[in-house]
Design a binder for this molecule. Structure first.
Ligand code: ADP
Length: 489
């Protein structure tokens, strides 16, 4: 008769004999004095014995290591005398060839009505793999600890203050420089202690930026004042970078705090000087402009070509000087929060049709304007025009060979985006994040451009004051697109 595979399957999972003999663990039964009376095939094959060599011939202690035997005598049997079950006991079993394997043993004792032990049933699990994983884990932990020690040793040697944080942003290490700067003699710290060392004006700013960086997993960079153990506050540039694992998930953060106190003091002196100098320069420039206008009229009446040419050059220079001094004055006003805005609603298309008349009149550069109809914004039209004029002037200055400049305005997600695109040399990616910073200038290889590094800073401040955003996309050799967004009115 043909065998039905289904019958084999049912037999395999229901027949107690098969289940016992071929279970995925070893079964063993022995008497109170340790003589083995039953053993399954699984355990026999692990040990290398035949059934006839074991049953009624060997004792439990014959199958286990010397260490196991001591454990058996001192703990295992006394425990079984006291309680019916002894679980999760771990010692080595010994094969017929003398080799060993680690095992986990669970045992149940059966007692007669007088309480004397009759037999013990035990299950045996081969935990070689588990031990291997444990060893590997231990090895990995040892290596990680060694790496960490090496890192901490190195970071204690460098003059910079460094820290690390876990993936959630919790600071878990600060180096010796840090603890001695803060004056924490025993090196102990906590999030509260660190927060208390940040100037109260910078605390929230740092906290907010840090939380944001951790949430989006991006590098953070921020200037804050930290409390020195000598009682003073010192400006520091705090930077933190996420360290990602193979799976792209953030494993930890590494950060540094660089002392920029002298740099900040120098900038403050420069600001003060610029503020005084620009105010002093503005009055004579204004009267010089007025005198030049009068002289211009007289010279035009005389019609002397050489004088007219000199007058045109003088007017150009005084306008340039005037706009530089305006930039300096604007910077001072912005810094002191004195940028006054004259807000009203205006039509974007009308404004763009009239912007940059100086460029159209000169005729050297072509402005291509593409604007969606019906866009209106609330803002100071004069200030916003200052932004677009700055973008266009920069396009002319830094991309002199590209005679086409493209201005576009469109609606995007409730925002009005205005962009100025040139086909100039572009800006190196590592410089892009800083172009809107005060006094920041990019050196362009082979070309010298005059400037103060204030134009884009002023633009950024004007747009920020309007609740908008500003940015640039640039590709070296292809050009730059400077843009800003404003909420649509
Ligand atoms: P300034 O022109 O006085 O240097 P800005 O703040 O206007 O100051 O510009 C900052 C820097 O950004 C400039 O030094 C320049 O290198 C760079 N930059 C601005 N616009 C462009 C542009 N369209 N193409 C290339 N580089 C630009």
């Amino acid at each position: 008769m043909e065998r039905n595979p289904k019958d084999d399957f049912l037999k395999a999972i229901t027949d107690p004999g098969i289940l016992y003999e071929n279970a995925p663990c070893g079964y063993l039964s022995f008497t109170a004095n340790g003589k083995i009376v039953k053993i399954n095939q699984t355990l026999l094959s692990w040990l290398g014995y035949k059934q006839s060599e074991v049953i009624d011939k060997l004792y439990y202690t014959d199958l286990i290591s010397r260490g196991g035997r001591i454990y058996y005598e001192m703990f295992y049997m006394p425990l079984l005398q006291m309680q019916p079950n002894v679980n999760e006991i771990n010692f080595d079993f010994q094969r017929i060839d003398g080799s060993k394997f680690p095992a986990l043993i669970n045992s149940t004792a059966f007692k007669d009505s007088n309480g004397s032990m009759v037999a013990i049933n035990a299950t045996v699990y081969d935990i070689t793999d588990r031990k291997k994983y444990e060893r590997e884990l231990l090895e990995a932990k040892k290596q990680a600890d060694a790496e960490r020690n090496k890192f901490e040793l190195l970071s204690d040697l460098i003059p910079e203050m460094v820290f690390t944080a876990d993936a959630s942003g919790e600071i878990n290490y600060i180096n010796k420089r840090f603890t001695s700067f803060f004056g924490l003699p025993d090196g102990s710290f906590s999030a509260i202690v660190i927060l208390s060392k940040i100037h109260h004006r910078d605390r929230f700013k740092l906290f907010r930026n840090w939380k944001r960086a951790v949430a989006i997993g991006e590098e953070v960079q921020i200037e804050v004042r930290l409390h020195n153990q000598d009682g003073s506050y010192k400006w520091h540039l705090v930077r933190a970078l996420p360290i990602k694992g193979m799976d792209g998930k953030i494993e930890k953060w590494m950060g540094s705090c660089t002392d920029i106190n002298r740099h900040v003091a120098a900038i403050q002196h420069l600001d003060e000087f610029i503020s005084v100098a620009s105010h002093e320069l503005k009055t004579p420039i204004t009267s010089l402009r007025a005198s030049l206008q009068l002289m211009d009229r007289l010279i035009t009446q005389q019609g002397e070509p050489r004088l007219m040419m000199l007058m045109a050059q003088s007017k150009k220079s005084i306008e340039k000087m005037n706009s530089l001094v305006d930039d300096l004055l604007n910077t001072g006003n912005i810094k002191e929060g004195q940028l006054v805005l004259n807000i009203r609603q205006f039509d974007v298309s009308e404004w763009l049709d009239n912007t940059c008349s100086h460029v159209r009149l000169a005729g050297k550069y072509q402005l291509h304007i593409k604007c969606q109809r019906g866009l209106t914004v609330y803002g100071d039209e004069h200030r916003i025009d200052q932004v677009i004029v700055n973008f266009v002037n920069n396009a002319i200055k830094y991309a002199p060979l590209s005679s086409d400049i493209f201005i576009s305005a469109y609606r995007d997600n409730g925002q009005i985006i205005v962009a100025v695109k040139d086909n100039g040399p572009g800006i190196a990616p590592d410089k892009v994040p800083y172009v809107f910073d005060r006094y920041f200038r990019v050196s362009h290889s082979g070309a010298e451009y005059s400037g103060l590094g204030l134009g884009l800073y002023i633009c950024a401040e004007i747009i920020k004051r309007h609740g908008g955003r500003i940015g640039v996309e640039s590709i070296i050799g292809e050009g730059s697109t400077f843009w800003f967004s404003l909420p649509e009115s």
